[in-house]
Design a binder for this molecule. Sequence first.
Ligand code: FES
Length: 165
Amino acid sequence: MALVTALRRLAHVRICEYTRKTAAVTFGARHTSLKSFTTSTQPLRSDNKVTVHFINRDGEKITVKGSPGDSLLDIVINEDLDFDGFGACEGTLACSTCHLIFDEDVYKNLGPVTDEEMDMLDLAYGLTDTSRLGCQICLTKSLEGMVARVPESVADIRQSKDGSS
Ligand code: FES
């Protein structure tokens, strides 16, 4: 089981790295002429960020930015967002605490769902037709301005198994 989890994690990291590199190459190609007129790359980096709006359990809207290739779990961690219990397994597909709900148009743009993610999603509270696990969603520029809703309750299958919750 630990080996399977490690392999899933490795595959996810590689997919995110590939997405990040592809986005960087695409961005660089589009802005080659712009680079020749600037002495600093800092503005280009900030332009390359993707804006994400989280709706917290209490309805609060939190707007943050992440880099293409970051997962939504990476953003929650990097921005120190206080979503109670979120990301308990650190993206190893061993819980469903990173459950997020999306608008249908965003959901269609999130990429394919793996069988392993589906298995974990089945254990999430408040599952909807547009639910995904945040640790499996990698940012792309096409997701600019996306809204991700944190469900009202959270289920951590790891705690349920040992009876501690
Ligand atoms: S953080 Fe556990 S499945 Fe996403």
